[in-house]
Design a protein around this ligand. Structure first.
Ligand code: NOJ
Ligand code: CA
Length: 551
């Protein structure tokens, strides 16, 4: 096992960490082919270090036909040749560890790619064979099996079933996929699948990987008992409920898998950690975040919480209560590779229907980019001061906005391509990062970018922001640096602000956080100002500003 130089010995490092998500294809391109790669990430270690991060999480970099941005994995234990080699991965890991940054990789256990060797075997094999039993193959309905076995719907296609002939099968069965047809779901009732994933986790943990982000962690176990039950629509979380008996997701049996994974994680020193992506009823979240299972679970509530004092306070209270129940820590996140960038959400009138706005290429309603970035920074400082871990998404430290006008012909996302173009999809937050004010692909690489970058990226580039003390990048750097030394017990105390648009809380060590969400400037309480997300006006905290104080 590679020695980890420069990492803290604290086994609880993950409880209040600052974790930065890298979408490798769009971070930095080392060889000028327009696609970000692992060497590109390694070349930017000093940048990552300047953000005082505890860890980076890499979205999938495995071999993939990119039917779903890499979440269609053809081989779980290799690197896509366009992104590098395993040796490049080892080098990246070693260099990150040297500067004290840990690494999470993304595990996609619900489905593979149709190009995975197991699926290729399954398509060639007979119904009822061992190879088919690793996935979910069934006979169709109708006189000649010409109709899908059930009415189940998929996230990226009308039906969750595709006839095997589409993938070159010679028989008359259908296979199940909760996402794109190129993402066949595994049959997790088959112990061979369990064993295979344990091997994959071990493979990366042995290489020195510190943590795992678990994709669609709630969907591995399904009710596959015959006759298969009907589920013609996506249930809301409320409809699915808290009983652990969903048809396609959130079944109690899933925790047997994660308990096994936990045993494996605990064999390492320090124990490997994991964070679940689980869209489940809030009361079910603690089960995924339990120290007996995955240990931590994303809490996505801030992704949709309007930037308003009351809504923010309620979200924090709920999350803190849940964390107490599961003995885990809270997780906070404002953006990721599946979401419209939060600076954009916060610069748009909250009454605007974002889906239609995106389909209008961002033209149907005005976007106030400056106030969006300002509010986004205030929100970031607010969540960074809370107990728990913060997961950030590449580019948010630049105050970057969503790219809304990617031409239809260049869109890559199945959320657009496979949903009758009813949703612009997620490419707008996956556009390669601007490093420089000018030059080929704004310094992303020497050979263009795989998604088009708008001209306004120049003003949001690292180069443009680096020397501006009030830029988003400067604020992130200072705040994240300060946070390292301010981290304390996982508790907060609310203070009366006397203003319904202002929230004020403190941590046990006298670290105070005050956010003015809207309206009039708020008089600054006494204390040493550590940082302000936006300059004060006449010594007061303007709307859309967070201040950290030490008392
Ligand atoms: C969640 C991932 O975040 C998303 O990007 C992907 O499309 C789906 N899971 C399917 O893997
Ligand atoms: Ca490249």
């Amino acid at each position: 096992m590679p020695k980890s130089v420069g990492l803290s010995k604290d086994k609880n490092w993950w409880r209040q960490a600052a974790i930065y998500q890298i979408y490798p294809r769009s971070f930095a391109d080392s060889n000028g082919d327009g696609i970000g790669d692992l060497k590109g990430v390694t070349s930017r270690i000093s940048y990552l270090k300047s953000l005082s991060l505890d860890a980076v999480w890499l979205s999938p970099f495995y071999p993939s036909a990119l039917s779903d941005g890499g979440y269609d994995v053809a081989d779980y234990r290799d690197v896509d040749p366009r992104l590098g080699t395993l040796a490049d991965f080892d080098e990246l890991l070693a260099e990150l560890h040297k500067v004290g940054i840990r690494i999470f990789v993304d595990i996609v256990p619900n489905h593979s790619s149709n190009l995975h060797v197991w699926f290729k075997e399954a398509i060639e094999a007979q119904p009822g064979s061992k190879a088919r039993n690793r996935y979910i193959f069934r006979d169709g309905k109708g006189e000649n099996g010409e109709l899908p076995p059930t009415d189940w719907v998929s996230h990226f296609a009308p039906s969750a079933w595709t006839h095997e002939s589409v993938m070159g099968g010679k028989g008359n069965q259908w296979y199940m996929h909760w996402f794109a047809p190129e993402q066949p779901d595994f049959n997790w009732d088959n112990p061979e699948v369990e064993k295979e994933f344990l091997k994959t986790l071990e493979f990366w943990a042995d290489r020195g990987v510190d943590g795992f982000r678990i994709d669609v962690a709630h969907a591995l176990k399904k009710d596959l008992s015959e006759p298969l039950r009907s589920l013609p629509v996506f249930e809301t979380l409320e409809e699915r409920g808290n009983k652990g008996k969903g048809i396609l997701a959130d079944r109690d049996e899933v925790f047997k898998i994660y308990k096994q994974w936990r045993k494996l994680f605990n064999q390492y020193d320090p124990p490997r950690v994991a964070v679940a992506e689980a869209f489940v009823h809030p009361e079910r979240l603690p089960l995924y975040a339990s120290t007996k299972t995955l240990g931590q679970c994303f809490d996505f509530r801030f992704i949709e919480t309007p930037f308003e004092a009351a809504a923010y306070k309620e979200s924090v209270q709920d999350a803190l209560e849940l964390a107490l129940k599961n003995k885990s820590s809270c997780t906070w996140t404002l953006s990721n590779h599946d979401q419209i960038r939060h600076a954009t959400k916060m610069g748009l009138n909250s009454a605007v229907d974002r889906r239609s706005w995106m389909l209008s290429n961002g033209t149907s309603h005005p976007l106030d980019m400056a106030s969006g970035t300002q509010n986004a920074l205030a929100a970031t400082l607010f969540i960074l001061a809370l107990p728990g871990s913060t997961y950030m998404y590449q580019g948010e430290e630049l105050g970057l906005h969503e790219v809304t006008d990617i031409p239809a012909s260049q869109i890559q996302d199945p959320q657009y391509l496979r949903n009758n173009k009813m949703d612009k999809g997620r490419d707008g937050c996956r556009v390669p990062l601007p490093w420089q004010k000018s030059g080929s692909s704004f310094g992303f690489g020497t050979g263009g970018a795989h998604l088009p970058q708008p001209s306004w990226f120049a003003d949001y580039s690292v180069e443009a922001e680096e020397n501006d003390p009030n830029s988003a990048l400067s604020i992130y750097r200072i705040a994240l640096g300060l946070r390292k030394s301010l981290i304390t017990e996982e508790k907060i105390k609310w203070h009366k602000s006397g203003n319904s648009s202002v929230l004020h809380f403190s941590r046990p060590n006298g670290w105070h956080c005050i956010t003015n969400f809207r309206g009039e400037s708020y008089p600054m309480p006494k204390g040493e100002i550590l940082i302000s997300s936006h300059p004060l006006t006449d010594g007061k905290i303007p709307a859309g500003t967070t201040v950290w104080l030490k008392k």
